[in-house]
Design a protein around this ligand. Structure first.
Ligand code: MN
Length: 360
């Protein structure tokens, strides 16, 4: 059992926790049954959760739809003080643009209502529809300014397109101006990279999510997004989708391909790719409750760059909290990992801190 709140020097804030309105679940079902998604990755992923009809998948789908007492009970059982909640992957990114825009707004209204009902336990991130970048930027502004949500979540590719394309940069511009992060969350790989993963069962969270999302993150870095928007912050789950492991080699060969002009569309950057990882990117421990890689990510990116996450309800394993509790790090560093880094990144300074005080 987790220690009682009063015995701990830190509050546990879990930062990549998912929900899904029942209406969205129903729309996903219809897309799959009707074959209208025309997206084998989505059909593999959501077909599994919505049509497998096993106790394991049914429990996940039920938990996704709860923003009330069941979720709070699970948080209490696993020692989570606060969830930073976002719309589950792939969010609204599988729908046509007008549908996606309206579903994002409805989802954000529902999440904001839950945050108002449980202000001490829930924080929310906004769903946006990258299919319509100006509308996505406007929705992010509404969600932050009017609804009190604390950033945006985007689930990797949108109909095979990636955010390094400048047509999407209205969203980054809005996030930077509002001072809120964009959480780059995984989803099933884009059609052009799906097949070799799908044919051997590697398209999902087991590996394909990281291939898709890690590559997406590198595309964003190499596009110069952070030279254009130097204060933009992107949060990436699963300890950086393996990119922290590659930084030496990425820097080495990025220098080479820029110096030789190997690719016409790869432009010089103001900094090394690894510098952006250390200055604009945060990573969370979602689904990676494993001491060696948590320690590695902290050592490479810095102790202020790594945040705790559980990945509820997909990886609702209460025992995982003990792994984080038992990391061989100081009390101050544990508090940063669990609490203060998240407070800083998501602007939670207004919420109660571990000593019970509330800052203005
Ligand atoms: Mn997740």
């Amino acid at each position: 059992m987790p220690e009682a709140d009063t015995e701990r020097a830190y509050r546990r804030i879990a930062t990549e926790e998912a929900f899904a309105p029942p209406d969205l679940i129903e729309r996903y079902r219809k897309l799959i049954v009707g074959g209208a998604a025309n997206d084998r990755g989505f059909e593999s992923l959501m077909g599994y959760f919505l049509f497998n009809d096993s106790p394991r998948t049914n429990a996940i789908v039920e938990r996704l739809q709860d923003l009330g007492e069941r979720r709070i009970g699970d948080m209490d059982a696993s020692g989570i003080d606060r969830q930073v909640i976002s719309l589950t992957a792939p969010g609204v990114q599988v729908f046509d643009a007008p549908t996606a825009v309206s579903l994002a707004a409805a989802s954000n209204d529902e999440l904001a209502a839950a945050v108002r009902a449980y202000p001490d336990r829930f924080t929310g991130l906004a769903a946006v529809a990258p299919q319509d970048p100006p509308a996505a930027a406007r929705e992010l502004e509404r969600a932050v300014r009017t609804l009190g949500l604390r950033g945006a979540i985007i689930n990797s590719h949108t109909r095979g397109e990636y955010l390094d394309d400048e047509k999407f940069w209205d969203i980054f511009e809005a996030a930077e101006a509002l001072g809120v992060p964009v959480y780059l969350h995984p989803r099933d790989p884009a059609p052009k990279m799906l097949e070799p993963l799908l044919e051997c069962g590697l398209d999902g969270a087991i590996y394909g999510f990281a291939v898709e999302t890690g590559m997406h993150l590198l595309r964003i870095i190499m596009s110069g997004v952070f030279d254009r928007f130097p204060k933009l912050e992107i949060v990436v789950g699963h300890l950086g989708e393996a990119i922290p492991y590659w930084l030496f080699r990425v820097d080495f060969f990025h220098r080479g391909i820029v110096e030789t002009g190997r690719y016409a569309n790869v432009k010089p950057l103001l900094k090394k790719p690894s510098d952006y990882m250390k200055e604009n990117i945060y990573v969370t421990t979602s689904g990676m409750a494993w001491e060696p890689v948590i320690m590695y990510a902290r050592s490479v990116l810095g102790t202020d760059r790594v945040l705790y996450a559980m990945d509820y309800p997909y990886q609702f394993v209460p025992e995982e909290v003990a792994v984080t509790d038992n990391l061989p790090i100081s009390g101050d560093e544990k508090k940063a990992l669990y609490e203060t880094n998240a407070q800083r990144v998501f602007g939670l300074q207004d919420t109660a801190s571990s000593d019970g005080s509330v800052r203005p």
